[in-house]
Design a protein around this ligand. Sequence first.
Ligand code: FAD
Length: 445
Amino acid sequence: MTTAILGGGLSGLTLARLLHERGDDVIVLEAEDKVGGLCRSVTGNGFTFDTGGSHIIFSRDAEVLSFMRRMIEGNEQRNPRNTKIFYKGAFVKYPFENGLSDLPPEDRFFCINEFVKAQIAFEKGIVPSPANFREWIFGTFGRGIAECYMVPYNEKIWKYPTERMSAHWVEGRIPRPPVEDVLKSAIGIPTEGYTHQAVFSYPLNGGIEALVHAITKPVQNLVRTGFRISSIRRNGSSFTISDGCTSIEAERIISTIPVQHLLPCLDNVPSDVRSACDALVYNSLVSVAFEIEGTVPAISWLYVPDPKLGKTNRISFPSTYSRNAAPRGCSSILAEITHQPGDEVSRMTDEELAGEAAETITRMGLVDRDQIRNSRVMRQPFAYVVYDLAYLDNIKTVKEFCSSRSIPLVGRFAQFEYLNMDGCIRSVLDFVKSYPSTTSPRQHP
Ligand SMILES: Cc1cc2nc3c(=O)[nH]c(=O)nc-3n(C[C@H](O)[C@H](O)[C@H](O)COP(=O)(O)OP(=O)(O)OC[C@H]3O[C@@H](n4cnc5c(N)ncnc54)[C@H](O)[C@@H]3O)c2cc1C
């Protein structure tokens, strides 16, 4: 019995490995010539960049973190996080609520005063449950932190008004900051937020794709690249999967490809399911990689909430993640610009995008223009799930339909959830546990 795994990103490849290890007969079908999806990297001129934006290895999930670190054992650099927010020309410690002492005094007072007011209201139980993401931000952080950072940054990354976003996904992902930490940070006593990320790992060689390669090693012969699935038909007890030229038969399929790619491959999709899928909101991403002569600030990554600084929302410094990510005497910068499919950014040429990002990094004083040796523009159509207010209803309709067609969904854009690499691997581990096995386990050295 063959199980076809649709998509060869991190989720599909981890699934293939775990199912193969327990003896299942699997095949992975990947549209691109190279596996990895969002976790691909590119190396040239001695520089390595992640093509799907900057990736680091971290997790609160101890089992998943140890799996990822085991995969890159011997090829790992551990780094203390040194992340900042670029605010009014200064570097503010991240998360913002742990960096209030870096703010000008008026802004510091505004943020702390409003935080205390929000905290008192919360303690009194007079804050209604938030109807949207904007209300959640104001209720959790107060008006100061909300207006100085949280709302501008979130609207820049999501390209969506925060009052039209759902708040269901933030609990646990963006923790309510402890009051003492915020007070300490405002008067200059150092505190750390998001401690599960305070030290992170990154492959010494090969960028984040090295993680994917290590996972894929035992199953690399079971992966078929250049196979863009265009139709899936039920054929008695099996499925016929085609890319328009060749067909593959499989008794079971698991999809890790975006639901927006899966549904058009199926026949007789009811119109309400198609409409629900079309209404799901997501962002695309442009990453601009810069090869830099000389040094860059010793920062891991940098958030850029101010729209006046250009379209770039986040800037990372890959040469600080791995000492082998840039040649000796050089360093690197990766600028990220999220955008909506079909918008102004998607119509800009590579040259225009590189110029736009170069303008941002030089205006911010991160490098001089003559330090930029080369640049490269990379585009990802599916980057971030955007949780709009209709999300929960729409995804329920789509998932129920896929389940009725016996197609399990695993992975970031298959489940259509904001899953990081650890979330994808957790989904795979949980899925495999409940998925019936077909044969006996295989051993790998
Ligand atoms: C900017 C950015 C930064 C991130 N940073 C981090 C980070 O620091 N740490 C972290 O843990 N996570 C991070 N993530 C999240 C991480 O990238 C994802 O969780 C993970 O890569 C998702 O893997 P996936 O296999 O589910 O999906 P994908 O990587 O999207 O893989 C899906 C695969 O399906 C293929 N496919 C699509 N359509 C078809 C078709 N018709 N036929 C065949 N194949 C098809 C695609 O080519 C792709 O290879 C980040 C994501 C982004 C966008």
